[in-house]
Design a binder for this molecule. Structure first.
Ligand code: PEP
Ligand code: MG
Length: 940
């Protein structure tokens, strides 16, 4: 047995060993198979491995990290990883394997494990048992299949009984193995969601027959009966005999792992997490170690720091006399890791040292799985730990302070979308306290995913999904979650479970999705059949559809609605109700944003139409307005009527009269906007009202408008029908409106320039950027520019002063994109209107594509919704051509983006690569864009 597994192995010793092993065995010289045959299998054993952490693409995350842990001398049970290339081969070749894999490669790799442990696979005297686990490049917790205790049969079970001196343990392992294998490989599953698991049914019947409550009360004879019944049920219901030959078992399990790459829940998970289907999974075959062999055995999972808050504490859970699945599945509520300190200080100290080794080695917060077998510690997994947005930011900043990482790495550690969580609402404290005072606090569970959520109770994923489609806010309430629940979790405001710890499936997945989650709330009794939830010891019943509020930061579960309120950062930044020095999260966020601003090359602007929106965006760090949609300034009140009057006017005179009403509104709004933005650039787009959005629709609306316009109902109705367009998005909008009716452009330019002159007279300097929408030929831009300049000159003459201004255009029509060399001659700047550019580039209506895009994404026609994240190959190419051609005639042409894509991190990266000067997004996405821009600059 290698020394890393000896009972005397000690972490200090391991560290020394690590050094020497790494010195003598650099990656490049580690054993590889002959160059003429592709290497599909990578062995690892104490102190030496054929792979390492850099080989995730080939070995999957789990396999690569098992190899790395073995390399740095941590106590890893020996095993081997079957590479992801075997999985892709399997799918590319009608589910068959590379030549000789099972005939030669796997038997040889098994031999290495046998040699390391002195056991033999299938040996009735001293059997080697293995686990067979999936492991893709990116972690997909619980989505794929795993088989434990493989190698047991009617003979080896006796060998295990003799060797362990514990026949009950041996039969319990066998019972678990037959159940797992029967389910995963032989496919004996419930036929519908209401049916009880067939294996559980047999187990429960046995308990009933024996008048016992717990699995632990089964005798060896009971377990033997159960195994026989399991096998009989498998044969009866699937027609398949349970395999006795361990090699046949192994082949079945490996096939099941590869098949599970394409099970429904894995596919859903991949979609949600943008993991490509072609990656495939690796498969890890590893010697079993047992946490369920007695009271000096156990198993646990831990994070090297708190994954919810980011606090620098060892955060974990364990169960004695249990197998790993008991902790992860959440079927027993585990104990906190501190308790291990009291129960077994030796193992606890060893774990603490491993915690420190791993953090120093990986320079990141790690998530580990361990097993204690007869008082010996084994590491079964380590990976970079999933964390909340709060924790991600805190850990990155603190690891910088600890000297583990530099600021660039700190920035790369945080996914921009995670910042959303820092900006998310919390409960209104007053309302929450009042709810508690009224006795509405039902129970407190584990604070598994921070934030506040309120919504209606639904007890299963399907109902949750349907309710969310109806527009209801949903709280998904489950006894415990399983990967099948993922669809329901994705649409819920929050998730509440009765069972399971901080590392249970619900907790892990909710945190990763950034969902509010309270887990392990044992005071609840949930009854799926009745569709109700009771609170133990209280006379309270909540039913499906009732409102419930959960606080994922404190674990509190409150009956009824509780209003949510802004996060700490919002309170400091916008509400000004919290002092910065009292807000820890704010200070960490501020540090991060300073780093982001130091490295990013792109400017970040915002899309804002009102001064208050502009102020919010400035608080979030916006450096200008990239798009003010002037038609949005007319929403509401009197203004929409004046706007409609203008649109519906029969002639120039009528239009001019309506425009006179609009002028003061516009001037005042522009003045407010310029003032809010100070010296920052403000891009104002000339009117672009798709007519169907602005005309009155109902007869009563028409009636009221007719009254205001001193016209009859019939006259207005007729005019509306004259203006009716079959394709309003391609109709009389954008610059076409100003070309037909120049007086509209004149009014708008007058308002812009008068507002700027007023500010100049007050001592402020503004440089308005006037933007022409929906241009498709240079001629349109030239005609419109001419009107703009003429109007500006007359305002300057009237006012006796002048201001600088720019005239640019949106590029949102494909023709404009590919004639950008012509258009640039008449433009000071381009701003990519990617909403329309996507609509017209793809020929897909931005309003109607919801009908078919989900199916398109399902079939991988688009991996992301092209209206959310830029379609790089198509729309992106149009942008690149335009940028290059535009700058070929005007090298310093300013380029930006103002479509909704401007706040999407992947698009921000694309804009950086394309050489844009700025991105413009909605105010609340400005911090996300700042971080995304910094990461893009660091990556590229
Ligand atoms: C665009 O088309 O991307 C754009 C910003 O303009 P709008 O959404 O107003 O059409
Ligand atoms: Mg547009």
């Amino acid at each position: 047995m290698p020394s890393a597994f000896s009972p005397s192995s000690h972490v200090f010793y391991l560290l020394k060993k690590t050094k020497s092993l790494l010195t003598i065995m650099p990656t490049s010289e580690r054993p590889k198979e002959k160059s003429d045959s592709k290497q599909y299998l990578y062995s690892f054993s104490g102190g030496i491995a054929e792979g390492d952490a850099s080989m995730k693409n080939l070995l999957g995350g789990k396999g690569a990290n098992l190899a790395e842990m073995a390399n740095i001398g941590l106590p890893v049970p020996p095993g081997f990883t079957i590479s992801t290339e075997v999985c892709t081969h399997y799918y590319d070749h009608q589910r068959t394997y590379p030549e000789n894999l099972f005939e030669k490669g796997i038997p040889e790799a098994l031999c290495k494990i046998e040699d390391a442990l002195g056991k033999k696979f299938g040996d009735p005297e001293n059997p080697l048992l293995v686990s067979v686990r999936s492991g893709a490049r990116a972690s997909m917790p619980g989505m794929m299949d795993t088989i434990l205790n493989l190698g047991l049969n009617e003979k080896t079970v006796d060998g295990l009984a003799r060797k362990s001196g514990n026949p009950r343990f041996a039969w319990d392992c066998y019972r678990r193995f037959v159940q797992m294998y029967g389910d995963v490989v032989l496919d004996l599953k419930p036929t519908d969601k209401k049916q009880i698991d067939p294996f559980e049914e047999i187990l429960e019947a046995k308990k009933h027959e024996r008048q016992i409550q717990l699995d632990t009360e089964f005798t060896v004879e009971d377990l033997q009966d159960i195994v026989s019944e399991y096998k009989a049920a498998i044969l009866k219901k699937t027609g398949r005999t349970f395999p006795e030959d361990p090699h046949e078992q192994l082949m079945g399990a490996i096939g099941a792992v590869f098949n599970s790459w394409n099970n429904e829940r894995a596919i859903v998970y991949r979609k949600l997490n943008h993991i490509p289907g072609y990656w495939g999974t690796a498969c890890n075959v590893q010697a079993m170690v047992f946490g369920n062999m007695g009271e000096d055995c156990g198993t646990g999972v831990a994070f090297t720091r708190d994954a919810a808050t980011g606090d620098n504490i060892f955060y974990g859970e364990f169960l004695m006399n249990a197998q790993g699945e008991d902790v992860v599945a959440g079927t027993r509520t585990p104990l906190k890791i501190e308790q291990l300190k009291a129960e077994n200080p030796g193992i606890y100290d060893q774990l603490e040292e491993i915690r420190s080794i791993l953090e120093k080695h990986y320079r990141d917060m790690m998530d580990i799985e361990f097993t204690i077998e007869n008082n010996k510690l084994f590491m079964l997994q380590c990976r970079v730990g999933k964390r909340t947005g709060f924790a991600a930011v805190k850990i990155a900043v603190e690891m910088f302070n600890e000297g583990l990482i530099d600021e660039k790495e700190a920035l790369m550690r945080i996914e921009p979308e995670q910042l959303n969580q820092l900006l998310r609402p919390v409960f209104n404290m007053k309302e929450k306290q009042a709810a508690i005072a009224e006795g509405r606090l039902l129970a407190t569970g584990l604070n598994a995913g921070p934030g506040a959520a309120t919504g209606k109770i639904y007890f299963n994923a399907v109902d949750a999904h349907d309710a969310s489609k109806r527009g209801e806010p949903v709280i998904l309430v489950r006894i415990e979650t399983s990967p099948e629940d993922i669809k329901g979790m994705a649409v819920s405001e929050g998730i509440l479970t009765e069972r399971g710890g901080m590392t249970s499936h619900a907790a892990l997945v909710a945190r990763q999705m950034g969902k509010v989650c309270v887990a392990g709330c044992g005071a609840l009794s949930i009854d799926y059949q009745k569709g109700e939830m009771r609170v133990n010891g209280k006379d309270i019943v909540l039913c499906e559809g009732d409102y419930l509020s959960i606080d994922g930061s404190t674990g509190e579960v409150i009956a009824g609605k509780v209003a949510t309120k802004n996060s700490e950062i919002i309170e400091v930044l916008i509400d000004k109700t919290l002092l910065p020095e009292e807000a820890a999260t704010w200070n960490i966020y501020k540090q991060l944003m300073e780093w982001a601003d130091k490295y990013r090359k792109l400017s970040i602007r915002t899309n804002a139409d009102q001064p208050d929106q502009a102020e919010t965006a400035i608080m979030f760090g916006a450096e200008g307005i990239g798009l003010c949609r002037t038609e949005h300034m007319f929403f509401g009140g009197e203004r929409i009527d004046a706007m409609r009057e203008m649109i519906l006017a029969d002639d120039v005179e009528g239009r001019k009269k309506a425009l006179e009403k609009l002028l003061p509104y516009q001037r005042e709004d522009f003045y407010g906007l310029f003032k809010a933005m100070g010296s920052r650039p403000v891009t104002i787009r000339l009117l672009d009202p798709p007519l169907h959005e602005f005309l009155p629709h109902t007869d009563s609306e028409i009636e009221i408008l007719a009254g205001k316009m001193n016209k009859s109902f019939a006259q207005v109705k007729e005019r509306i029908s004259d203006l009716h367009e079959f394709n309003p998005m391609l109709g009389l909008r954008g610059c076409r409106l100003g070309i037909l009716h120049p007086e509209i452009t004149v009014m708008q330019v007058r308002a812009i320039i008068e507002a700027a002159c007023k500010l100049k007279q007050e001592g402020a300097e503004v440089v308005p950027e006037i933007m022409v929408p929906l241009v498709c030929t240079v001629k349109e831009l030239e005609i419109t520019s001419e009107i703009i300049h003429k109007t500006a000159r007359s305002v300057f003459a009237e006012q006796g002063i002048g201001v600088s201004y720019l005239v640019g255009t949106m590029i949102e029509v494909p023709r404009a994109a590919i004639t950008s060399d012509q258009i640039a001659t008449a433009a000071d700047f381009f701003s990519y209107g990617t909403n329309d550019l996507t609509q017209m580039g793809l020929g897909m209506s931005r309003d109607d594509s919801g009908q078919f895009l989900p199916a398109y994404q399902q079939q991988d026609i688009f991996s992301r919704n092209p209206f959310e994240s830029i379609d790089k190959d198509g729309v992106g190419k149009l942008m690149s051509i335009s940028a290059k051609d535009g700058r070929s005639v005007k090298p310093d042409l300013k380029l930006g983006i103002c479509g909704e894509h401007g706040g999407d991190p992947a698009t921000v990266e694309f804009c950086h690569q394309t050489g844009l000067n700025y991105v413009s997004c909605s105010p609340f996405r400005v911090p996300i864009a700042r971080l995304a821009a910094a990461r893009a600059a660091l990556k590229n």
